[in-house]
Design a protein. Sequence first.
Lengths: 299, 355
Amino acid sequence: MPEFEWQFTLVLLTNGVMIGLMYALIALGFVLIYKATDAINFAQGEFVMFAGFIAAGAAEVAGFPFWVSALLAIGGMVALGFGLERVVLRPLIGRPVIAVVMATIGLAAVLRGTATMAFGAGTRVIVMPVSDEPFQLGPIMLPPVQLVGAGVSLVFLAAFTWFFLKSRTGIAMRAVADSQQVSMAVGINVRRYFALAWAMAGVVSALGGVVWGAMLSVDNQLALVGLKVFPVVILGGLDSVIGAVVGGLVVGVVENLAAGYLDPYVGGGTKDFAPYVLMILVLMIRPEGIFGRRRIERV
Amino acid sequence: MFHRESGVFKTSYAADMALYPLPIARWAVAVFAGLFIVIAPLALGEYYISILNLVLIAVVGALGLNILVGYTGQISIGHGAFMSVGAYTAANLVTHLGAPFWITIPAGGIMAALIGAVVGIPSLRIKGIYLAIATLAAQLIIEWTINHVTWISGGVQASIQVPRPSLFGTQLKSQTQLYLFLMAFVVLAIVGTSNLIRSRIGRAFIAVRDQDIAAEIIGINIFRYKLWAFAISSFYAGVTGVLYTYYLGIANYEQFQITVSIDYLAMVIIGGLGSILGSILGAIFVTLLPILTRWFLEDYGWLLFAQQDLQNAIPNLRLILFGGLIIFFLVVEPEGLNRLWRNIRNYFRVWPFSY
């Protein structure tokens, strides 16, 4: 056992927190859809990848500045969200879980194929208008890209928390998630909120795509961040915005600590493995997650 | 099978429960058996037989997954991993003990069944989306374990060479020999599944699928039956893994990644949930889809793409077609190919007097 080095641990922890906040941003897209429409989006990673491709493509091919291409990505993803809800998800309302799961898996395949066809298989980069010089904080080096990413995540997580707690639209969305029939009875246009939820998820995915794309660069592999969404949302609770934050932070920290301390013993790869072990534990002990609502089932 | 029921009367329970209650159905089965067992291997070349072999392997796996998803209503996105468990069990038995196929195939199946049952344990408490994610986790964890534990994966690149099985002292070298070998397992799987579904266990599975709380109230031990479903389904997956390993001649975890799990889910959904014929049709459809897409594009792709783009476009178009078809079937025909076939059959049954 190597001697305990607090500096090393501290670096791992801060890295974990930064990455965790960025996971939370992607998980937020998943939570939004689940909260409002009860649908599970297995294509969240592909949403992020697609948004990244739009932003990178706009910047590289058309030469737009960063802000314009980010806005283009947001606009594109909102349109995509609306369209997919109308064509794919709406006909599946009220159908068994597996139907929705498989439909989004199919969607993931379509998005991956389309993105590679449209933007090519090569790697593209998103350049944020920030310096490359890492930000020094004691022994910790923070790349500005990560800082910006974490900041964007924080702002939007706060905004969505407020949105669901206080705004009229947010409350209506929660009502729709709770019971579609009762919402209709009190005069909520359920379909409109379904479409809105997918559009909002599109916005969040676009932000995630830009932030992650700037950090990892954009290619097919970017969709793999979607695999981290599941541990995050299971841990935090599928229908909780705060849960997405907490889950993201825990997963970020755990995977960094695991990578730092276990990788030398098992030969790498713990980063992708540890969050899932954690998730299995949560599923065994408290399946609804930390902040999730337990559902009571009736015959 | 365009049969007419009129004039067929059953006088005993045994006749009523028979797998093929009508004489014409038995004839149809005999014709199909003759076509696929005798005529196909004689008429087709090695290449086409090798494609048929892939279909046969997929049929076994799809039947198994349909027991779990279609009949018991549980979700598994981990079947690719269960196949790899079977594959590596067999590969290790062959390399270390030189075990023949009649040991490796059941052993691979049983090992996968054990692992599958363990993965199925959470199904008592969690269902739907949670179970889907739990099995996804199982897929990734099993993949990682096989890749990282050298006494399972045999070290370099996690792949183990496996020679073809021997039958009556001769090694099955040609694709045609392998075809007949695989066909035996396909027949076993089809008969086994249809009998399982008609048995007490199968009925319990269906009750659990339709409403598990109600099933528990009428006295079905749902935990036991969910575990059985996972175990049986994983057994099929394990056998599929072993067969595929024999087909490839190598056990490699890259052949059993999450895309494989998704392929098999697509088979049971496109074919039809809760239907044996559906599993078979789905397996045929999903296995042939990429091959036919490639043939089509290699011959006619120049109409759509420039020559240099074509090689890049093929895998992407395949992905788009694959995902699009899953969505299409879910939205337009949720009961899958099996339902389409029934519609056609029912139309012709009363044809031409459809009133």
